[in-house]
Write a protein that binds this ligand. Sequence first.
Ligand code: ADP
Length: 775
Amino acid sequence: MMQGEKFALPMLPLRGIVVFPSTITNFEVVRETSLKALDKVMEKDARIFLVTQKNPRMESPEREDIFSVGVIAKVRHILKISGGMVRVLAEGLQRARLIEYTLEDCYMATVEDCTQSAFKGEKAAAYMRSLIEKYEEFGLASNRVSQEALLALSEIKSPSRLADTVAVGLVKEIPEKQGILETLDIEERLQKVINHAVREKNIAMIESEISKKTKSRLEQTQKEHYLREQIRSIQSSLGEEENPESEADKIKAYVKTMPVAEDTKEKLQKEAARMEHMNMQSPDYNVMLNYFEWIMALPFRKYTVDDIDIARAKKALNRHHYGMTKVKERILEYLSICKLTGKVQGNILCFIGPPGVGKTSIAKAIAEAMGRKFVRMSLGGVRDEAEIRGHRRTYVGSIPGRIISNIRRAGTMNPVFLLDEIDKMASDFRGDPTAALLEVLDEEVNQTFQDHYLDIDFDLSGVMFIATANNADDIPPALYDRMEIIELDSYTPYEKEQIALRHLISKQLEKHGMNKEILHIQPSAVRAIISGYTRESGVRELERCIADICRKAAKAYVEKGDRILVKKNNLVKYLGNPRYMDTKLPKEAAVGTAIGLAWTRAGGTTLPIEVSVMEGSGETELTGQMGDVMKESAKTAISLVRSHAESLGISAEFHKKKDIHIHIPEGAVPKDGPSAGITMALAVASALSGRKVRRDIAMTGEVTLSGHVLMIGGLREKTFAAYRAGIYNVILPKDNMVDLEEIPKEIRSKLHFFPVTEFREVVEIGLGQEKQHAD
Ligand code: ADP
């Protein structure tokens, strides 16, 4: 046989093995085509082409499913075994490459001998010696190579054969084996097998390291167990039983005294009894121990006694909170009923309002007023029922849900339990937390609340739940029905100032270990913080700014003993440059710019809208972070102006000859909603007619295509924004006039309101003569 010589041979695709030249292999054959191939082989000279298929599960491999290089082998023996299966013993002869094949009743291949010419000399000898050495090292590390095998290797003279023989014993993965089979260059092949030997040796060493460690750990626990057994037997012979049962006994004794239903007790006793038969080292024992630790830590019998004295409660509420008159009144009513009925009311109080308006702190004050413990649990982002109800105990590392965990933290069965951000809860495939929460809140069923981990009834009926939310619309309806809603409004700048001066400053001073002697913040500085450093409905940022000042002042005081007076004009030293500037009133009345009012989560803001008109072909462009609804209202605004063109003195052809560009500066904050309708329409009308918009007026209102002005939301916050910007005239939908009551007097009395029902009126006022604003 010569390199390059071609042969036509029956072919047998192999599954899961690679056959090498100079080795004897046996394998089983079941496939019909393969059996036929064997028949053919036995008719001729018993030679066959063996080649491995890439995916062993494939029944009828095609060309691309078979590797290219295989071996020509001699079939030595065929043995029929059960089920039509045949065992074949074959000897690999030489490497060959598959050129083509046909498939009739069996695969018939044309193959080409691809044996490389011999690799000889000192280099070959060096490679061979090195291979044997590395293989021997692998043998030592793994204990997987016998002396006889090593001896047999040393007798091999051919480098190619040596590489193949070692590869058969060493390499395990099919792709790697095939890789070596396909490496025709002998030097390269030797190198590959050497690399394998080194790698396998390293792996074997790490394996033995791991197994040693495991063994010693096992031995250690066995030793401990054995010693414990000994101690136990010594103690028992001394009559001092301190055995593993004692843990279980302690638990049993505890369970006996638990104030729970009889069947619950029985269940717990059974579990405790199971512990007695457990090995203390077993994971099960520890799971059980952990479980009873939880049970024993829960405050089953601890209740605080409600001490509701309305006058005192009023004081407690007032002590920490400025204003909130209506809210405090509602809370006192609620507490009075609790006092009369002797239990917490069925409906859950729910405080709704923007962040930082005091929802959490008023709930804390309720707890204080009633003499109850207080715990808070945030529901923001909770989407998994298990967070509320816990995981079953079988689950590795499982713990009770957050309701039970918080009861443990409270240390009493009747705390005030704040469910924060109930509107931020989501549900998904892991179960609906709302359903679990409903059970928690429902006084019909919460006496027997079931946590998956505890797996016993737990009485939540003494707990006073209070919820908070930013937005009533996002509360799941089923929960909403169970709530008694109390709304907390955003604060006016004046209220914020009062809150800071009366509460926040002293609170922060105390927190930072200081007093008014060391740090004094003037009211003018507070006002400057409110307008220049915060933009919020509540007072969180304001409180944070005060804390920042306290920290800086504390440092200065400690370092140099400086007492500090913070004024409006040295504020920059403590807080850096102001972060917010209110929209400056345009100095002159301008064409194409109107000032709208918008509501955002952080409160109200002014929203200037700019329109420019160019010669063109009727294109419209909208820029500056507009939401879809706002884009719609921009288009409505243009159509509306078109239908009013004549009365506005605008050429009726403008939609063909002019391009209109509507832009909202300060585009960083995305804005959406229909309430900028009249503002956009007025700005467009101004830009097209060349008439100026009054600079002292701001507006809000949705507008229809026919020019009706519709009601909007968030009027309170919007008027605050106008007031803050020094704009004292506000155009608003007539239907919103009822909302003016919500606006604190100190602001309402400074503003002048223009109620409108038609766009015509907006034009009349907005493009009309400027007036001196009301004082
Ligand atoms: P929320 O729960 O509504 O987000 P917080 O209760 O956390 O708001 O209030 C933020 C901070 O503002 C707290 O330190 C709180 O005491 C304070 N605060 C809010 N409203 C008032 C108020 N009317 N009087 C005094 N402090 C207030």
